[in-house]
Unconditional design. Structure first.
Length: 426
């Protein structure tokens, strides 16, 4: 996909070549845009399905134990459906259109882990790793790296099983959605607020849900990892995950050398922001569009995003303008103005993912949420200092693209480099 950073909140249930919704080779599967701003023109809504972030959540294991069926010595129908036969997973091919147990298992609202176990599911063990890649087809450039992973551990710090998190990917409404998410747009009336300070004190509770939560909204990164599934545990999950990702500053390198057409983008992703603050597009009063959840019990943890450090601008909910500070250093670590001096700068930092473009232009050709800046040096380092004492939950990397127009006679060479941030934890 050219220029594709990722896709916002496209969570599915991925088995070996079996998916729901079903993905068929050479048949496009459109992304839903009904959670985006209805006031956006069609092309803006489309572009926002091409840039954002991807979340992959391990929702369940499928055991291969032969303890199912009338004889108590067979594999579960789910295992049989996803187990490859001659290199191809049959999915529902073994069954008639009238009875499709693979669909039945995925599309049911399973109310207990015991019921899930009877269908062939188990709590997830994790043990997965992921890489990502961005292919700029027109620019003949590829970037790649490893995904940020969160692992379940027990009190001794050893690998542990996660919670069962399989929800049917349907449009059905969810009762008491706050048991499964801290998203202030989805929780019941009175559990989200129009105002929240840094300590978690709130005002103006909602009188109705902002959006009707659906099963295909779940799970998300706030779906409780602590049992039981309650509103408090969903908020605690969002708060604790934010704490794990929180950093006080970001350091990385950049290049803007015109002789090699060097281009640099810093991608700044905040995957847990939506559980603290979100935008209510239904409100005509722009000053009242921010809606908040309390992600930690007031007085026990940082809220990370609140009324004092966010504001609504054209690109969405953004960090307070000119509160982030930056300094540039050359490759010898010399400062451009005064050694050690930081200066405020107007990083947009809007939405869940923003792009800071340094120098000649973007390495990723982002069209949704990119802010250009002119660096002091042609090449070097930059250091972004965040205003909050406990930091902000941020992941991302620096992407540098270099071009050699004469790599060999008649051949252009493009080079994509990826550097993770050097972070100062909170």
């Amino acid at each position: 996909m050219p220029h594709c950073i990722s896709v916002l909140f496209a969570i599915g249930y991925l088995f070996p070549t079996c998916t729901r919704p079903e993905l068929i080779r050479d048949t496009p599967q459109p992304f839903s845009t009904d959670r985006l701003d209805p006031a956006w023109p069609t092309d803006t809504r489309a572009s926002n399905t091409r840039e954002g972030s991807i979340e992959a959540i391990v929702v369940a294991d499928v055991p291969q134990a032969r303890v199912y069926g009338a004889d108590g010595a067979s594999n579960s129908t789910v295992f049989t459906a996803i187990k490859q036969v001659n290199g191809t997973a049959p999915c529902n091919l073994f069954y008639s259109p009238v009875r499709r147990p693979f669909d039945e298992a995925l599309l049911s609202d399973i109310s207990s882990e015991a019921t899930a176990a009877g269908l062939g599911f188990a709590t997830p063990t994790g043990q997965v790793a992921a890489t990502w890649y961005i292919i700029d087809v027109p620019g003949a450039t590829t970037f790649t790296g490893t995904a940020t992973a969160i692992q379940a551990v027990n009190n001794a710090g050893l690998s542990a099983r996660g919670n069962y998190m399989l929800f049917p990917p349907t449009d059905e409404d969810v009762a008491q959605p706050e048991r499964y998410t801290a998203d202030p747009l989805l929780v019941s009336a009175g559990l989200a607020f129009r105002g929240k300070d840094a300590q978690g004190n709130t005002s103006q509770p909602t009188t109705a849900p902002v959006l009707t939560a659906r099963f295909n909204d779940l799970p998300d990164l706030s779906t409780p990892v602590y049992l039981p599934a309650t509103a408090q545990n969903a908020r605690a999950t969002a708060g604790d995950l934010s704490s794990l990702l929180a950093v006080k500053d970001l350091k990385n390198q950049y290049a803007a050398d015109s002789s090699i057409s060097a281009r640099t983008d810093w991608v700044i992703a905040m995957p847990t922001k939506r559980y603290s603050v979100a935008q209510d597009y239904n409100q005509s009063d722009k000053s009242n569009q921010r809606v908040y959840s309390v992600v930690s019990v007031p007085g026990t943890g940082n809220q990370y995003f609140h009324s004092a450090n966010t504001e609504l601008r054209k690109l969405g909910i953004c960090s307070k303008y000119f509160t982030w500070r930056i300094r540039y250093l050359d490759r010898e670590s010399s400062s451009g103005i005064q050694p050690g001096q930081f200066y405020p700068f107007g990083l947009e930092s809007c939405g869940a993912v923003s792009v800071l473009t340094l120098g000649l232009g973007g390495a990723l050709s982002s069209s949704v949420n990119a802010t250009p800046y002119t660096a002091v040096f042609t090449n070097g380092w930059a250091n972004v200092l965040l205003p909050d004492a406990d930091g902000l939950p941020i992941i991302g990397a620096s992407f540098i693209k270099l071009t050699n127009p004469n790599a060999t006679p008649g051949m252009v060479g493009n080079y994509g480099l990826t550097y993770p941030y050097i972070k100062n934890p909170r």
